[in-house]
Design a protein around this ligand. Sequence first.
Ligand SMILES: Nc1ncnc2c1ncn2[C@@H]1O[C@H](COP(=O)(O)OP(=O)(O)OP(=O)(O)O)[C@@H](O)[C@H]1O
Ligand SMILES: CC(C)(CO)[C@@H](O)C(=O)NCCC(=O)O
Ligand SMILES: [K+]
Length: 276
Amino acid sequence: MISQQSAKHIENQWLALEIGNSRLHWALFMGESLEFTWDTEYLPESVIQQLGNGETKLEVGSEEKEIFFTFFPLPPAPCPLPLFIASVVPQQTVLWENYLNVRVITLDQIPLNNIYPTLGIDRALALWGAGMSWGFPVLVIDAGTALTFTAADGGKNLVGGAILPGVGLQFASLGQQTGQLPQVEMEAIKSLPPRFALNTTEAIQSGVIYTLIAGMRDFTEEWLSLFPDGKVAIKGGDRILLLNYLQALYPDLAARLIVEPNLIFWGMQTIVAGVA
Ligand SMILES: Nc1ncnc2c1ncn2[C@@H]1O[C@H](COP(=O)(O)OP(=O)(O)OP(=O)(O)O)[C@@H](O)[C@H]1O
Ligand SMILES: CC(C)(CO)[C@@H](O)C(=O)NCCC(=O)O
Ligand SMILES: [K+]
């Protein structure tokens, strides 16, 4: 038997899914409160279909598995939980089309001014989430698959931004598109590499890391000269790595950064509260 209170809890629950270019980012909300976040790989189509039907068991060969325990760090939910999706990967978005209780968040739902039509929903939501949590003007640095800068002024107008390959993509493209360069793994970089390197691996590390940090410093300083009271927030899978290097090289600048992995979820929360 489910008690009144836990029944009410379940009623309030919803899932937020951010479909990124490398993986999925999940959050479980209880009303407006963010309970829990986790990341997964992209899910198999069969699993998505079953989740969307409210099925909780998955046949793997002759075995039956709990979908939730297998793919999520959560106990099974009784029904398909309401699901809100923000996606920058259209081929992944369509896989969730048949989920019983799904809403895809689109740019027109975000109350920022001056948005251009092809702006990534992740950038818009992170910017909105940062502004709503820490105030405008705000610059968001997203250190994900792509590294992006996205800024809004005090009137919630998109000022604009920039897009470049993220840390992993820079290493991968050098490793894959050249005849002699090795694939450098991020885990191999423990501390700042020597600036002028005398071996190939460290030369790649130096080139990628020092120019990324210089770029982050340059965009941030430019932002702060335009908006001296502006906030700067950083998110994304490589945020800690880059923040550590920024800290080592430019501690004063690093100290100004708000580090918040969940900016997109905060953005989604305010949008969902408005439309749900
Ligand atoms: N467990 C992990 N799996 C994959 N990438 C990871 C992991 N931990 C850290 N990263 C780093 O995160 C980066 C990707 O960032 P993130 O997960 O924020 O991107 P994403 O899912 O592609 O989202 P976006 O499309 O918004 O960039 C990679 O460059 C990688 O170095
Ligand atoms: C830049 C990425 C890949 C970052 O995830 C995403 O926001 C996107 O696909 N944006 C569309 C282009 C734009 O934002 O101008
Ligand atoms: K593409």
